[in-house]
Structures are given as C-alpha cells and as structure tokens.
Design a protein around this ligand. Structure first.
Ligand SMILES: CC(C)(COP(=O)(O)OP(=O)(O)OC[C@H]1O[C@@H](n2cnc3c(N)ncnc32)[C@H](O)[C@@H]1OP(=O)(O)O)[C@@H](O)C(=O)NCCC(=O)NCCS
Length: 186
C-alpha cells in the first residue's frame, strides 16, 4: 500500500481539495479525465486511452503496491479533478533512482494552485523514498506547465525539435529534470 497521507489543500477560489493516492474503484473516473485532457489536443502526447476498466484498475493497483510508484488524485466536490504520478524504475534496476512525473488538471480547476500543491506532495514523497532525480517531458508550447516545473527547480536537459504536431502548430518535446540528491559513487 502507498503510505503517503491524504492532504487537505485550499485552492485559490477558496474551495478545498484532498490530495491522496488513487483508488482502484476510481479507474473509470481517471480514464474519463485523461481522455478529456487528451481530447483538448495540445497538452499531452496520449491520444484517447482505450484501456478497459480492468486494465486501468490493474494500473492503479500496481501503483498502490509498488513502493517506487505514486499515483495521486485531487478530489474536490466529490469528483476527481486532477491526477499526477511519479513512476520510478520503468526499466528496472538501472533507473530505479529516477522517477518520471506526469500531471494533469481538469479544465475548470486549472490555475487554482492544484498543480503546485500536487508537485509539493509528489516531491516530498520522492525525497522520502530516496529518489535521486525526477524527470518529465513537456511540449514547448505549454508555457503554463513549464513555468510550474521551473518554479520547483526543474531545468531543461534537452529537446527533440518539432517532435509533435499539435492542432495548429509544431511543438518541441522538452525534457526537464530535477536532482533531489547528489550522486552516489561514480
Ligand atoms: C499544467 C498544469 C498541471 C498546472 O497546474 P495548475 O493547477 O493549473 O497550476 P497552478 O495554479 O498551480 O500554477 C502553477 C504555476 O503555473 C504558472 N501559471 C499559472 N497560470 C499561468 C498562465 N496563464 N500562463 C503562464 N503560466 C501560468 C505559474 O508559474 C504558476 O505559479 P504561481 O501561481 O506561483 O505563479 C495544469 O494547468 C494542466 O493540467 N494543464 C493541462 C494539462 C497539462 O498541461 N499537463 C502537463 C503536461 S506536461
């Protein structure tokens, strides 16, 4: 089980949200939210997710059981309004010190501080479990997300130019990274 405690946060509109690990029974709601953001066409590489409910439940269960993965949601007004995650060790032993971060907020809940509070929560967890580095990818056109990542100290580490064609323009795939600890050994 993920051990990280639920956290109540106040959004910029004065309403409250709760940040906590996703639950298996929320698989359908998570899929819907990811697909809504995917349908906007300009923020994430993912097209419509065709995962079945069972696969999504398995995905959530895996995150709950794996100590190097954290998948959290923000719940407000009884709904899931944001999702974010850090998954470390996607290749196994060789990259278990690095977590890859992803984040999305439902359109009506953006710019209310949820991205900031989720990032604080995720990085506290990453430090607590001993990750040395967190990295992510973001479209060069997504200035709001880039500003959020820079605010927490992420720096650009490279970019694949014109790697994506969005609705009306190209976007570079910008790779950003944040070191949490000094390297051990060589
Ligand atoms: C990007 C995203 C996760 C940010 O979360 P958020 O809750 O909207 O962001 P916050 O309200 O916490 O603001 C975080 C920072 O973003 C920046 N920001 C906010 N609004 C902005 C705007 N209109 N233009 C530029 N930067 C902006 C600011 O630096 C802000 O920090 P500050 O409030 O201390 O000034 C969210 O907007 C989102 O999900 N967007 C669509 C999906 C997406 O882009 N996902 C990321 C893919 S890599």
């Amino acid at each position: 089980m993920a051990w990280y405690a639920p956290q109540r946060v106040k959004m910029k509109d004065g309403c409250r949200a709760t940040l906590r690990p996703a639950r298996e029974e929320e698989a359908g709601e998570l899929l819907t939210l990811v697909n809504e953001v995917a349908a906007e066409g300009i923020y994430i590489g993912t097209e419509k997710l065709l995962l079945g409910l069972d696969e999504e439940r398995q995905f959530i269960r895996d995150a709950l059981e794996n100590p190097r993965k954290l998948l959290i949601v923000a719940e407000a007004g009884g709904k899931i309004v944001a999702i974010s995650s850090i998954f470390a060790g996607s290749f196994g032993l060789k990259d278990r010190h690095v977590g890859t971060l992803g984040m999305l907020v439902a359109k009506p809940y953006r710019e209310l501080g949820l991205g900031t509070t989720m990032m604080t929560y995720l990085l506290a967890w990453a430090r607590a479990v001993g990750l040395e580095k967190v990295d992510l990818e973001v479209f060069s056109t997504n200035q709001r997300a880039i500003n959020l990542y820079r605010k927490f100290g992420f720096i650009e580490e490279g970019r694949r130019r014109r790697a994506f064609r969005l609705l009306d323009r190209y976007a570079d795939d910008v790779m950003m990274g944040l070191f949490l600890a000094t390297p051990k050994g060589g």
